[in-house]
Design a protein around this ligand. Sequence first.
Ligand code: ZN
Length: 160
Amino acid sequence: MTTPDFVVDNVDNIAAPVTRFAPSPTGLLHRGHAFSAVTAWRLARANGGRFILRIEDIDTTRCRPEFEAAILEDLAWLGLDWDGPVWRQSERTAVYRAALDQLVALGVAYPCFCTRADIAAAVAAPHGPEGPAYPGTCRHLSADERARRLASETPAWRLD
Ligand SMILES: [Zn+2]
């Protein structure tokens, strides 16, 4: 197996890179995960950068603490370390809320009240490789309609 060259030395404006590995604790790591983690770690370490471990634990129905523990054990077995604490998405909702509020204030995000079934049923919905794509149904709701629905429904937020 050849070892890729991880040193970035031909780009003037790249400072120390920050890479990350972001597994979901919904199961055990497989070799693909290990390769991704090692690659990101080596890229950071070879260039004086930082390597972040971010646990994608917001799917509360599927994530389990024993899988997170297994991930940490496997990374240690691989000899990988990370900079700073382990980030858990579930502990960062205030950060995401602040970013969303900023996008809404900039007028580049809008609430969407569609269900997955609504989107799948939309005749005009173009279909991508992973299924139906969002047809933009809620993009043009009036301000009154948005306000009325926001009072009683929890939307998804989409970039306009
Ligand atoms: Zn919608």
